[in-house]
Design a protein. Structure first.
Length: 151
């Protein structure tokens, strides 16, 4: 079965020049000896958000891309599957929950999120709510390194 999958992968990607690392020797095909470990690796690989565009430049900070279309395909394939689950224990329910009174707030400020300012802005005072300033690396990633092309 693994040979069929590899042949299909190579037929799909092997001839394209932009996929220079797609080759038979680059495919890791070996028997699974531990199902749990194999599933963990699949989930790690399948949910990997940042991918190096050039594997030879791992040390460079600005060498990551986000392939949104590929992630969309992966997440759609995993949809409905119970991949992640909670762990721990259930707390006992408290019976002595204190009832609180309700009140209607009539005097409040209105805020709108302005995407170009990366913040919530007060409609009257122009005050910024979080005063968040994104790092240049994040702006570069969002503006230049998110590939949304669907193949």
């Amino acid at each position: 079965m693994v040979d069929i999958l590899i042949e299909e992968w190579l037929a799909l990607r092997g001839n394209a020049k932009k996929y220079k690392y797609v080759s038979r020797s680059a495919q890791d095909a070996r028997p699974i000896t531990n199902n749990v470990k194999a599933l963990i690796e699949i989930v790690k690989y399948g949910s990997k958000i940042f991918t190096r565009s050039d594997v030879n430049k791992r040390a460079e900070k600005n060498n990551s891309n986000v392939y949104a279309a590929a992630l969309n395909n992966i997440f759609n394939a995993m949809k409905g599957l119970r991949i992640f689950d909670r762990f721990g224990f259930d707390l006992q329910k408290e019976n002595n929950i204190e009832k609180t009174s309700r009140s209607v707030i009539k005097d409040f400020d209105e805020w709108n999120f302005e995407i170009n300012k990366f913040d919530w802005i007060n409609n009257e005072s122009d005050e910024r709510l979080s005063k968040y300033i994104p790092l240049g690396q994040l702006l570069d990633l969002l503006n230049n390194r998110v590939d949304t092309n669907i193949e």
